[in-house]
Write a protein that binds this ligand. Structure first.
Ligand code: UD1
Length: 318
């Protein structure tokens, strides 16, 4: 039976990936997570269909026995957030760079067939052209962006120097059910959802005209699996967005319309390290990985809002 392991599998994106893997075939699926931001609630109805190992990716001795012999290791564990990496750079450096190195090392030494690495669109920074193409020279603007880029480079170098099959997909602003809105570092869509349901104004950093290629979590999970099994892509990096971009003002507008309310946003200063515009060129992912996103922005926002409406009291509990 195939064996798949998801680091960060108790997180918002990782737990969706785990669900998709369980749907796929009779595989053994295991999670490696230190529960720093991952949550047991994200795995609620999965029961014993998935093995959960509490282990820290920075500790080679903890993770090496768990990863050994896997068919695919999906490496999603990370400390996310651009502003968090500026406010407190040491933990994110250690998890995102040192931890990624230890995962790759454990996979190379443990005979893992392929590693999928969750890279980030933040690597592009403010490159002038839109959409962003994989061939552009990266210009990371924050520790987080740099850390995720180093992870990507490491994945490629492990492929060329150590014969480990790797593939990286740069996630573009993922949103959807289970994204936790309870921290100031939470993703903007989750913060908008919380504000909307509490009938409060969200705070927008800057004029709200910055734009993102918001990507629904199910599409990202599906693409990650396609990348993990695509032939002839080892050592390569792909964009994992939708190919669209929307401003924060537009997203808040759409949400108010869906909910039938009018709540003006508050505006504050721009965030350090913030990228102005982000949009994926998806041609390479479509060609090589069969990328085919299924969820329009409006559909994704509706589904996400329904999830928060159903679950938000529990989710928002401290
Ligand atoms: C970045 C990456 C993304 C990565 C994520 C991990 C880019 C383009 N994207 O997302 O791929 O997955 O880090 O954390 O670099 N904002 C507000 N008010 C708030 C919070 C945020 O206006 O209360 C604004 C931010 O200034 C930013 C936008 O919303 O302009 C999105 O922020 P956020 O959701 O944190 O993600 P990015 O930093 O864009």
């Amino acid at each position: 039976m195939s064996k798949y392991i998801v680091t960060g599998g108790a997180g918002f994106i990782g737990s969706m990936l785990v669900r998709k893997l369980l749907e796929r075939d009779a595989a053994e699926v295991a999670i490696v997570d230190n529960f720093s931001s991952g949550r047991r609630e994200n795995l609620e109805e999965l029961g014993d269909r998935v093995a959960v190992h509490v282990a820290d990716i920075r500790r080679f001795d903890e993770i090496a026995p768990l990863l050994r012999g896997a068919d695919v290791v999906f490496h999603l564990a990370a400390i996310p957030s651009v502003p968090r990496s500026i406010a407190d750079p040491v933990p994110s450096h250690e998890s995102n760079i040192d931890g990624t190195f230890q995962v790759l090392r454990a996979c190379a030494e443990g005979g893992v067939h392929r590693v999928f690495y969750a890279a980030s669109s933040s690597a592009y920074g403010d490159t002038e052209e839109l959409p962003k193409v994989e061939t552009m020279t990266p210009r990371p603007k924050s520790p987080y962006a740099l850390q995720k880029l180093v992870g990507e480079y490491y994945a490629t170098v492990f492929a060329s120097c150590f014969g480990l099959e790797t593939v990286s997909v740069r996630y573009f602003n993922v949103y959807g059910p289970r994204q936790n809105p309870s921290s100031p570092y939470s993703g903007i869509v989750s913060l908008f959802m919380k504000a909307l349901l509490e009938r409060r104004s969200p705070t927008i950093h800057g004029d709200g005209e910055q734009s993102r290629d918001f990507t629904y979590v199910e599409d990202v999970a599906a693409l990650s699996i396609q990348a993990a099994f695509a032939p002839g892509v080892s050592g390569r990096v792909y964009n994992g967005g939708n190919g669209n971009r929307y401003t924060l003002n537009q997203i808040w507008e759409i949400l108010q319309k869906i909910e039938g309310v009018s709540i003006p946003a508050l505006y504050g200063p721009r965030r350090a390290g913030d990228v102005l515009h982000s949009q994926a060129d998806t041609a390479a992912a479509v060609r090589d990985l069969g990328h085919a996103p299924c969820f329009s922005l409006e559909e994704g926002l509706r589904r996400t809002l329904e999830w928060y409406r159903r679950d938000h009291l529990r989710t928002l509990a401290p």
